[in-house]
Design a protein around this ligand. Structure first.
Ligand SMILES: *Cc1c(COP(=O)(O)O)cnc(C)c1O
Length: 368
């Protein structure tokens, strides 16, 4: 059996940047609780994406939780949420006892449809809109921002998959009121686990850091005026993040090459479409995804790859189709469902060689 090819696995720098920061933490015994890696990771990421303030947290999920909390979303509030996403986008809405209303995608972006969003506003008055930049491809933000401004509603960007993606020259995660990044193991850069909440509202981010460290009041004794969370990242993991940030552009370059290769090799096949790249979108190409409309089905592609020790995945199953969220409303026309049923995430690991990529497209082309 040939060596395994992964969908998207951790890829540390050749230079050992990450280990240097981790060594530094060991030498200074800043294993815990905090330390300069955490502060610098926040500053360096904020500078990279051009935002005033960032709070480094234990996961992207924790960042979404605290984004909702700081946006003032609470019990009984409605949150409009992209349906086509991973469950970690929607679960925090339940953590704060709010009510998700799921919004459909469009085929132009695979992301939240502005048309469906407008329709949702005809039916409900939400406290916040939570949009996802799926697989590293940007939402059409101008349209979504305009709708949110018109209705005076907070906009949160789940940019967990889209660190480094540009929308009209602005980094995703910095366009709405709050942005969320994830450094989970399969993301474009990873700390093995971690997340970041960013905003231009420095006061709000300072409050997020306070909540994330058990809401400890600035007093010598242990005093708490609010409910707290243990949501900070560790100084060791933040060191990995600082090293990974240095290779983010390299990772994006490789992901773009992978996408372009698939597009040139598979894009001409009957009934194959790549995930669309719009003129305003400069994706990080986290995952290369295809949509199938012919006789070859996603299960054929995934099965053929699996038989050759190669990992691929279905598209996220939309939230409105999940048993857990069955009781919540959905506004749309079945687009997310069609993308789920007909899409495949192809191996997008940045450690793949040209030979690996050749091997993959050969296997897929045999199905035609
Ligand atoms: C990975 C991911 C998250 C959650 O991030 P974690 O760091 O794993 O908690 C949230 N939303 C989306 C769309 C993701 O892909």
């Amino acid at each position: 059996m040939d060596t395994k090819i992964y969908l998207s696995s951790p890829h540390m720098s050749d230079e050992g940047f990450e280990l240097n920061y981790v060594h530094d933490a060991f030498e200074k015994n800043w294993i815990a609780p905090m330390g300069e890696n955490v502060n610098k990771f926040e500053k360096e990421l904020a500078a990279k994406v051009g935002v005033k303030s960032a709070a480094a947290l234990s996961s992207g999920t924790a960042a979404i939780h605290l984004a909702l909390k700081t946006a003032g979303v609470g019990a009984g509030d409605i949150v409009f949420c992209s349906s086509l996403t991973f469950c970690a986008t929607a679960n925090p809405i339940i953590y704060v006892n709010a009510i998700p209303v799921f919004v459909d995608s469009d085929f132009e972006t695979w992301n939240m449809s502005p048309v469906a969003l407008e329709k949702a506003f005809e039916k409900y008055t939400p406290k916040a809109v939570l949009v996802v930049h799926l697989y590293g491809f940007s939402v059409d933000m101008d349209k979504i921002v305009e709708i949110c401004k018109k209705h005076n509603v907070v906009l949160i960007e789940d940019a967990a998959e889209s660190l480094g993606t540009l929308y009209k020259g602005h980094y995703t995660g910095t366009i709405g009121d709050y942005g969320v990044f994830s450094f989970n193991g399969n993301k474009i850069i990873t700390t093995s686990g971690g997340g970041m909440l960013v905003s231009n509202n420095e006061e709000k981010i300072a409050k997020v850091r306070y909540w994330a460290t058990q809401a400890r009041d600035p007093a010598r004794h242990y005093q708490h005026s609010e409910l707290g969370f243990n949501y900070r990242i560790s100084n060791v993991l933040a060191g990995i993040g600082r090293g990974q940030l240095k290779v983010l552009n390299q990772r994006i370059k490789k992901k773009r090459e992978i996408f372009k290769f698939y597009k040139s090799e598979l894009g001409q096949l009957d009934g194959v479409e790549m995930m669309p790249v719009n003129e305003w979108n400069e994706p990080n190409y986290w995952l290369s995804c295809i949509l199938l409309s012919g006789y070859v089905r996603p299960s054929d592609v995934m099965g053929a790859l699996e038989a050759e020790n190669i990992e691929s995945r279905p598209i996220w199953k939309p939230m409105h189709m999940q048993p857990f969220f069955a009781g919540y409303d959905f506004v749309g026309d079945g687009v997310a469902e069609k993308i789920f049923e007909n899409g495949v995430c192809l191996p997008s690991d940045t450690k793949m060689s040209h030979e690996d990529l050749d091997r993959i497209v050969k296997i897929i082309k045999k199905l035609w």
